[in-house]
Ligand binder design. Structure first.
Ligand code: SAH
Length: 208
């Protein structure tokens, strides 16, 4: 079996949403990894992308897209764009994606990789994504790819549109991390929060 098909086989056991599986199948992950790691591009694990950061594990990217319930036309903010891979999968699901990455060199690499892979519509800004993007808010979905505390997410949650969803890894009391989903009810009222599986992400680094 081709490495790409093998990866899809692994994901099929854990991800139910066919649209997400199609999007992962369609995005060439090799375009988002450094040349030296290209032979491992379809392994289900994170890979180094420079600046001490990693491209996320494909299964985790797929699960986060599934939890975000992306619909075509959704306005999506991708915090911690890194290589640009996760942003590309979100765009393939039909979202209008703006990414934000704190390392200028990674942001530049993500722009180039997104262009090369046919996702020129994805805009990538450089900066502290924990503040969100007030000039582009509100968002139907916010994807956070770096782990912080629940409090670190408050500015982002404030930028969710009615019916909007945010998915993020948060640090737990036991020293691990878990994915959470925050939702702003379409009809108003307080945000709701759900906890999901354990994960491992690089830290969300906030500017003072
Ligand atoms: N979604 C990426 C994963 C990259 S790892 C991918 O598919 O490749 C997480 C990224 O979050 C790192 O590149 C790191 O530099 C970035 N990051 C950490 N804190 C951040 C912050 N406050 N604002 C923006 N980016 C941040």
């Amino acid at each position: 079996m081709e490495p790409r098909e093998e990866l899809l086989d692994v994901l099929r056991g854990e991800v139910a949403d066919e649209r997400v599986l199609e999007a992962v199948a369609a995005v060439p992950r090799e375009a988002f990894v450094p040349a030296a790691a290209r032979s491992a591009a379809y392994e289900n694990r994170p890979l180094p992308i420079g600046e001490d950061q990693t491209i996320s594990q494909p299964l985790v990217v797929a699960r986060m897209c599934e939890l975000l319930e992306i619909r075509p036309g959704d306005r999506v903010l991708d915090v911690g764009t890194g290589s640009g891979y996760h942003a590309a999968v979100l765009a393939r699901l039909g979202a209008r994606v703006t990414g934000i990455e704190r390392h200028a060199a990674l942001a530049e690499g993500a722009r180039a990789a997104l262009r090369a892979a046919g996702f020129a519509d994805v805009e990538v800004r450089t900066g502290d994504g924990s503040r969100g993007l007030p000039d582009a808010a509100p968002f139907d979905a916010i994807n956070v790819a770096a782990a912080g505390s629940e409090r670190d997410l408050e500015a982002l949650e404030a930028q969710l549109a009615p019916g909007g969803r945010l998915v993020a890894p948060i640090r737990t009391a036991s020293g691990g991390q878990r994915l959470i989903v925050a939702r702003r009810p379409a009809g108003g009222g307080p945000l709701t929060h759900e906890r999901h599986e354990r994960v491992r992400f690089v830290p969300l680094v906030r500017e003072p």
